[in-house]
Design a protein around this ligand. Structure first.
Ligand code: AHM
Ligand code: MG
Length: 329
């Protein structure tokens, strides 16, 4: 049997490019190392008593969990030592961290949500790490300006799902590959290459408790889906909900609500990397605006961010199911 580790897969990918320096391989190996550390901590969270509030709040005013901070520190430590990274930005930090400027080098920027869905940790529900890699332009002096690129500029994106197994889903812009951590050898091994999302599936994934505050079009879609006997599946952990949608098909939505009129999810930390993965798997990812703001839907990857913590509406999944939502808006 041929076993391909994440490491050897990336080296193989990189060897296709003449003059490749291996810089990129270093970054992904740092993310994979941090992911293994986070996976181990997630498994032991209850034993180590790192579940619960950290006592502080992040830049969005949300309570930080102790494990959020552990995951954040692990990623910062592993990425910080890689000479090819210029800027890192974490959902947990208000400002990006500049590691290297101009002549000091650094070809890439890495953006991550260290532990998405962490409010689910105390009930042992799946959580995940989401990341996005962009090229660095050393001629742009400010870190925020450097990072505020549309999602189409991402050179790679991925997530790690800490579930009943630890799954690493990666795209470098040439399809989507899925790896699973084999704890007996401590390596992520390739289990599926060129993953394709099913073109349609009668499943929607949304926090339906917010329904009364959704724009009318989303409510019409839900009425239609009920009449069409769709199934509802919602975990409340984006990585887990998107992973299920990627493998089984359907649509994942986070519409505007009265509490979050621009949507809850963050464009750069959550929506862009997931949109790149879903599109690379043959699906669609759009951000419909409210009727007052024109009601049109834009491709998530084409939004130019104006701030690194910007939020967006999200509708992503099987192309036919995204179309079904848009028809009702
Ligand atoms: P977080 O980054 O603070 O963990 O919040 C993001 C999470 C997503 O994982 C999930 O899709 C969403 O929030 C769930 O929100 P809600 O509880 O409003 O349904
Ligand atoms: Mg998050």
């Amino acid at each position: 049997m041929n076993i391909t580790s994440l490491q050897s897969h990336i080296l193989q990918e990189e060897s296709r490019y003449q003059g490749a320096t291996g810089d990129f391989t270093w970054i992904l190996s740092a993310i994979s190392l941090a992911a293994k550390g986070i996976a181990a901590q997630v498994r032991r969270a209850r034993i180590e008593d790192v579940i619960g509030d950290h006592g502080g709040a992040n830049v969005h005013g949300e309570t930080q969990q102790k494990l959020d901070m552990i995951a954040n520190d692990l990623l910062m430590t592993c990425l910080g030592s890689r000479p090819t990274i210029a800027v890192v930005a974490s959902e947990e930090h208000e400002e990006p961290t500049i590691l290297r400027r101009g002549a000091e080098g650094g070809k890439y920027c890495v953006i991550f949500d260290p532990l998405d869905g962490s409010s689910n940790l105390d009930v042992s529900v799946s959580v995940g790490t989401i990341f996005s890699i962009l090229k660095n332009d050393p001629s742009i002096p400010g870190a925020v300006e450097t990072l505020c690129q549309p999602g189409t500029h991402q050179v790679a994106a991925g997530y790690i799902l800490y579930g009943s197994s630890t799954v690493f889903v990666l795209t470098t812009g040439r399809g989507v590959n899925m790896f699973v951590l084999d704890p007996s050898i401590g390596s992520f091994v390739l289990v599926k290459s060129n993953l394709r999302i099913p073109p349609a599936a009668k499943t929607y994934s949304v926090n339906e408790a917010n329904r009364r505050t959704f724009p009318e079009g989303f409510q019409r879609y839900l009425d239609w889906a009920h009449a069409e006997e769709y199934s509802s599946r919602y975990i409340g952990s984006m990585v887990a909900d998107v992973h299920r949608t990627l493998l089984k098909g359907g649509v994942f939505l986070y519409p505007p609500t009265s509490k979050n009129p621009l949507g809850k999810l963050r464009l750069m930390y959550e929506a862009n990397p997931m949109a790149m993965i879903i599109e690379q798997a043959g699906g669609a990812a759009v951000a419909p605006s409210s009727a007052e703001r024109g009601g049109s839907a834009v491709r998530i990857l084409e939004i130019t961010p104006s701030s690194i913590h910007q939020r967006t509406t999200v509708v992503l999944g099987s192309s036919a199911e995204v179309e079904n939502v848009l028809r009702h808006l």
